[in-house]
Design a protein around this ligand. Structure first.
Ligand SMILES: Cc1cc2nc3c(=O)[nH]c(=O)nc-3n(C[C@H](O)[C@H](O)[C@H](O)COP(=O)(O)OP(=O)(O)OC[C@H]3O[C@@H](n4cnc5c(N)ncnc54)[C@H](O)[C@@H]3O)c2cc1C
Length: 208
């Protein structure tokens, strides 16, 4: 998978929002140590968490499975714009047949798990889907034969408060492995000076 941060709100905006409450603008230092400490104290420690909603991040997430996508969509406090299979199955239709165990080429379309039996079954499902398309079945019907491993991509926008909740739930060892990978990739893509607000919500990778 690939996670790219397209856009984010600078820390000065959330500092401004917090300082609005008691009109302490003169104490601001343009996103410097005083503002950073204030955001952490008010947003995290005092649990005045709504202030963190002024922080908004937009990511371009590519190469995740539809299995992961449907779990990601459960996070209601976020906005998703997802690649449409109705229009994009034509990419698969142009492919030559997938032979048994043709994992390398299939990986362009599906997420592999590393379990050979599962991955071979996924390639077979991909080939059956390709055959439907070649036989002239319309995308609107063929999409019902999509395997869960089929790759998707989306633009995902989430605010800081909801992102803390996401990272806390989805970096946990009880989360799906691919979701856990996504949580770490999203954290890694954050601006360095924002990470301190989210790091406490992340379960370390080595915890299984
Ligand atoms: C390990 C794991 C296993 C899971 N297994 C399943 C499963 O088997 N089946 C299944 O259906 N789901 C499952 N889920 C999904 C889970 O139930 C949540 O839907 C998902 O994690 C999104 O969490 P959320 O509601 O906190 O996030 P969001 O929807 O982004 O909501 C963020 C926060 O806003 C508040 N909020 C949002 N909507 C409401 C509301 N209507 N009322 C009150 N407060 C609200 C809550 O405080 C919530 O935490 C699983 C999640 C995890 C992490």
């Amino acid at each position: 998978m690939d996670v790219e941060l397209l856009h984010y709100t600078p820390l000065t905006v959330v500092a401004h929002a917090i300082r609005t409450c008691w009109q302490s603008f003169d104490k601001g230092d343009r996103g410097g140590p005083r503002d950073r400490e204030l955001i952490d104290r008010v947003g995290n420690k005092y649990k005045h968490s709504s202030t963190l909603e002024h922080l908004v991040y937009t990511f371009y997430i590519r190469g995740i499975s539809r299995a992961l996508l449907q779990e990601l969509a459960r996070h209601r406090i976020a906005s998703l714009s997802v690649k449409s299979t109705r229009y994009t199955l034509k990419e698969l239709k142009k492919e030559p047949p997938f032979q048994d165990g043709d994992l390398k080429r299939a990986e362009e379309f599906i997420v592999l798990t590393g379990d050979e039996r599962v991955d071979r079954a996924s390639v077979e499902a991909l080939e059956r889907l390709r055959q439907l398309l070649v036989a002239g079945i319309s995308n609107d019907f063929a999409k019902y034969a999509l395997p869960e491993c089929y790759k998707s991509e989306l633009t995902w926008t989430i605010n800081g408060r909801s992102l803390q909740n996401f990272l806390s739930l989805r970096s946990s060892p009880s989360a799906l492995w691919e979701m856990r990978n996504l949580a770490y990739a999203v954290f890694d893509a954050l601006p360095e000076d924002h990470k301190y607000l989210f790091h406490p919500y992340l379960t370390p990778k080595e915890e299984k």
